[in-house]
Design a protein around this ligand. Structure first.
Ligand code: HEM
Length: 428
């Protein structure tokens, strides 16, 4: 079966281009080979076919998980994510896990977290002056938010210990060369090898997480502060048979929320600052305090610079997508980056224009897809948007300029794409 056309360069070259200049790589192959396009990288054992047209995207999001599981695409995360992780499950078990995990992120329960997010954002931004790298600051802030709001960490000591353990674990998987080394040699070659160091960091992190779970469980049994964190709400979950979740299961849920919600939010916020610094008129209008415009900025950042570029699925059986027959074994992906840059759907697609969201013509569910779609759509999307709104609200009164006038290009950092200079700003 012939696959759609794509670059014939060796997989190593495509892997390097995909990681070092993901935006330029996707735009170039789309321009050259059209839609769909087939790529070959070290991320997947078989080629991956990227689609961006709305009908194809809809079909991918509706694929039966028994035929096109998403969990297998995250398999490399298993040692960190754990066996009960929503990221790795598919089918019924995945849906059950989703029902459990999504409850804290909706309605009143989610809104109750807004004041603390706003306070943490204000506190972080009040320290900004001179030259600031937005990505570094946003990684710090989004970890702090997850630790306080999701894990329910209270004391500075609890936050500090967990922060160090997370940094220690993620440091090894953020640099492209480390990731490549681990993808190629996923074997423990001793405690000093990249994989070995990663394993040791995960063990240390696990011990701390299990301690936190035990502490919160004891507090809850003692009748203390129910519902003040996502973990406290997760502790109240009951599976269909009425069983409480085990500590290991809760640990996997916390890690899924951390993996899903940390780098993605930090990257999106770094892009928000990178764009805002180059669009003073947008910043001036943000200052006027109109909530609809604030929301439009968030949506436009997520459109023009989505932190995740693809939502991949592995085909276990042959399927047809948008009329194209594809064999079992290959991976297919809705390409979020390209879908949100189609000139036919988004006039002046490359321009950062929050106004477009206030001019009517709301996009369909398959043209604005920064959170993916279907049964795997981001479980934390309402939280992520709330967090971005609160950080931008807190940034309204800052004076922000770019260090260099030209926009920053995209580079990959682990699973997300970030501004290549990290969003370099001058404050004041
Ligand atoms: C702006 C920030 C964020 C972006 C751009 C983002 C984007 C995404 C995307 C594209 C997916 C995969 C969808 C698919 O494969 O179809 C996903 C999954 C997920 N996200 Fe997010 N996310 C963000 C923030 C968050 C936050 C704050 C949390 C939690 C606190 C979170 C938790 C998750 C989880 C648990 C999944 C897995 C869902 C599943 O497999 O059913 N995300 N996210």
């Amino acid at each position: 079966m012939d696959l759609p056309p794509g670059p014939r360069a060796p997989a190593l070259w495509q892997t390097v281009a995909w990681m070092s200049r993901p935006g330029a790589f996707l735009t170039r192959i789309h321009g050259r080979y059209g839609d769909p396009v087939t790529i070959r990288t070290y991320w997947t054992d078989e080629p991956m076919v990227l689609f961006s047209a709305p009908d194809a995207v809809r079909e991918i999001f509706r694929l039966d998980p028994a035929i096109a599981p998403a969990g297998q695409s995250w398999e490399f995360l298993r040692p960190f994510a754990g066996p009960d992780s929503i990221l790795l499950l598919d089918g019924e078990m995945h849906l059950r896990e989703r029902r459990l995990m999504q409850a804290p992120f909706h309605g009143e329960r989610m809104r109750a977290f807004t004041p603390i997010v706003a306070e943490l954002a204000r506190r972080e931004l009040s320290t900004w002056s001179g030259r600031v790298i937005a990505l570094e600051r946003m990684r710090r802030l989004t970890i702090e938010i997850i630790l306080r709001v999701v894990f329910g960490a209270r004391s500075e000591q609890e936050v500090g210990q967990l922060r160090d353990a997370i940094e220690g674990t993620l440091a090894g998987v953020r640099s492209p060369s480390q990731v490549l080394a681990m993808a190629l040699v996923r074997r423990d070659l001793g405690r000093r090898s990249p994989w070995g160091r990663f394993r040791v960091a995960v063990e240390r992190f696990d011990a701390l997480l299990l301690e936190i779970v035990a502490r919160r469980r004891a507090e809850q049994l003692g009748g203390g502060r129910a519902g003040d964190s996502v973990l406290a709400l997760l502790l109240e979950q009951r599976e269909e048979q009425g069983n409480a979740p085990t500590d290991r299961h809760l640990r996997d849920q916390l890690v899924a929320l951390l993996v899903g919600g940390h780098d993605s939010s930090a990257a999106s916020l770094a892009w928000a600052f990178e764009r805002l610094a180059r669009h003073p008129a947008v910043h001036a209008r943000l200052r006027e305090g109109d909530p609809a415009y604030l929301d439009a900025i968030v949506k436009e950042v997520l459109r023009v610079r989505p932190a995740l570029t693809i939502a991949p699925r592995r085909l276990l059986e042959p399927v047809r997508i948008a009329g194209r027959a594809l064999p079992a074994g290959v991976h297919v992906a809705a390409c979020l980056w390209l879908a949100q840059r189609r000139e036919d759907l988004w006039p002046q697609a490359g321009a950062f224009r929050p106004e477009r969201w206030l001019e009517g013509g709301a996009p369909t569910a398959v043209s604005w897809i920064p959170f993916g779609g279907g049964v795997r759509r981001c479980a934390g999307a309402p939280f992520a948007e709330m967090e971005m709104r609160e950080v931008l609200r807190a940034a309204a009164d800052l004076t922000i300029r770019p260090v260099r006038p030209e926009g920053e290009r995209a580079r990959r950092s682990m699973l997300v794409v970030v501004p290549h200079r990290g969003g370099e700003l001058l404050i004041g």
